[in-house]
Design a protein around this ligand. Structure first.
Ligand code: NDP
Length: 489
């Protein structure tokens, strides 16, 4: 069930059965560098196609993804263990993002006029966003299509070539994606695959790419940033979260309980922006907890979500539950016994001290802690008291927007779980241990582009400022002008 290295290859497994489902090469640093060199040539061609040419080819790829959805879902399920419906959901969202990125690239990245200001009104000012060149994408295993495509689609639409290193747990999904792209865009290797373990990912960070887009743990994100720093290669890091959900006294408790259960347990809790902590107004705490317990008891591990994709995660989930129970927490559903050999049953924890690992560290499993708060100010304070800052959810009829604004996370969903992830026009990313930079939306397109500012002189200015011909009289006029323009504050 773990990844096995056999010489120059490694095997991937079905986490539900332990059966070997594929063998892939471990690419060396030299092979990664060669891929980046090929990508550099391909990037020149891809850029030359312009926005329209790229949009046409990305549409062909999108059509292939949409038509062959069941086939790709099969590969996702085989390597992650997630149910077909969940595999389809991540693919559907990924296709929506690809469509948005291709459609909006010209508007977001194409030439835009800027005001030159009064002093330089003889200039025409504009900015346009040029591709970086080659982007290295290091992907995770939990959403092996949706997550890497959140970078790949936007990087491609911005005119870059991409070298993609999928997680060692999902190389088959990565291969399928890259092969289907090559069928749609056969001319040049605009999207390439490199496979292997952490060393192959590390090689990609040192291979001279123009940017690294990384999704995974904060610990590995720091390593990626450190090695990228050697060559001043910029990085965008999406490194998980400990996302809170707030329930106000006026909230729709059925909807909030449903969102808690789905947000915490779907995909076996292996969701970077999944619900991990819940803070509930004391007036509705008992009623809310009863609803969550009833719904959680109905969730069938194995039927409604799959096994833990990465076996080592079982130990993390077990430790967090044990820490919570040892510190006085109570498991209303599940508990330490919920962690099996491959699957973890839903676990609802209450009365867990805030300094426990179950509240402070990313669990990445189907568990949730629920805490009672005196008011929503306390809920906001406790939600924000985290090293992470990725996503959050608020259930409130009257104060949704206000509470959302006060939460120190990159995105907040109001009265629905994780809705921001499916809205392609919204940026996605975090702060603190959740990383930095943004994928998705206009911000995601600009993340993979270099702003190019151009000032074009339209006529000679009557006052020469940037010339040794500047006179004392000119300086006096400018001094007076500034006092008039800005002197009043
Ligand atoms: P990692 O952060 O170790 O792996 C993520 C990606 O980085 C994988 O492709 C991995 O390759 C690659 N990688 C590993 N080491 C290096 C390195 N030194 N340089 C460059 N790339 C590297 O996460 P894990 O898969 O080990 O999961 C650990 C924890 O991370 C989970 O328990 C969870 O808490 C969190 N996580 C968060 C995710 C998110 O969505 N933000 C997604 C996945 C995990 P390889 O797989 O071959 O080692």
């Amino acid at each position: 069930m773990t990844t096995v290295l056999t010489g120059e290859t490694f095997e991937s497994f079905d986490p539900a059965t332990g059966e070997v489902v594929g063998t892939y090469p471990v690419h060396t640093a030299e092979q990664v560098e060669a891929a980046v060199a090929r990508a550099r040539d391909a990037a020149v061609w891809w850029d030359s196609l312009g926005f329209a040419g790229r949009a046409e080819r990305l549409a062909a790829w999108r059509a292939a993804l949409a038509k062959r959805m069941p086939e790709l879902c099969g590969v996702i399920t085989e390597e992650t263990g997630k149910p077909a419906g969940d595999a389809q959901l991540e693919l559907v969202l990924a296709i929506e993002h690809l469509a948005w990125a291709a459609k909006h690239a010209r508007k977001v990245l194409g030439p835009q006029r800027r005001s030159p200001g009064l002093l330089l009104s003889n200039q025409a000012a504009s900015v346009e966003y040029q591709p970086l060149g080659v982007v290295g994408v290091i992907g995770p295993w939990n959403y092996p299509v949706y997550t890497p495509l959140g970078s790949i689609s936007y990087a491609l639409a911005a005119g870059n070539a991409v070298v993609f290193k999928p997680s060692e747990f999902t190389p088959g999904v990565g291969k399928w994606l890259v092969e289907s792209f090559a069928e749609a865009v056969p001319e040049h290797p605009v999207l390439q695959l490199v496979t292997g373990l952490g060393d192959t990912g590390a090689a990609l960070t040192r291979a001279g790419v123009d940017k690294i887009a990384f999704t995974g743990s904060a610990a590995t994100g720091k390593k990626v940033m450190a090695s990228a720093a050697e060559t001043l290669t910029p990085v965008v890091i999406e490194a998980g979260g400990k996302d809170p959900l707030l329930v106000d006294a006026d909230a729709d408790l059925d909807a909030a309980a449903d969102a808690t259960v789905w947000g915490a347990f779907s995909n076996a809790g292996q969701t970077c922006a999944g619900v991990e902590r819940v803070y509930v107004h004391e007036r509705v705490y008992d009623e809310f907890v009863a609803k969550v317990v009833a719904k959680a008891e109905d969730v069938d591990a194995g039927e409604q979500y799959g096994p833990m994709t990465m076996p080592a995660q079982l130990d993390v989930v077990r430790r967090h539950i044990q820490d919570a129970l040892a510190a006085g927490g109570r498991a209303l559903v599940g508990g330490a016994d919920a962690v099996g050999d491959r699957y973890v049953k839903p676990t609802v924890l209450v009365d867990v001290p805030e300094d426990c690992s179950a509240v402070r560290e990313e669990t990445f499993g189907p568990t949730v802690t629920i805490a009672k708060v005196a008011d929503m100010d306390e809920a906001v304070d406790r939600a924000n008291d985290s090293a992470y800052g990725l996503g959050s959810t608020v259930f409130s009829k009257a104060r949704g927007m206000e509470l959302a604004r006060r939460l120190r996370t990159g995105q907040t969903a109001i009265n629905a779980p994780l809705s921001f992830a499916g809205i392609a026009s919204l940026p996605f990313g975090g702060s603190g241990e959740s990383g930095f930079g943004r994928i998705h939306g206009p911000e995601g397109l600009r993340e993979f582009a270099r702003p190019k500012a151009i000032a074009r002189q339209r006529f000679t200015a009557p006052i020469a400022l940037t010339s040794f011909a500047r006179s004392k009289k000119t300086e006096a006029i400018i001094g007076k002008l500034m006092a008039k323009l800005h002197g009043k504050g």
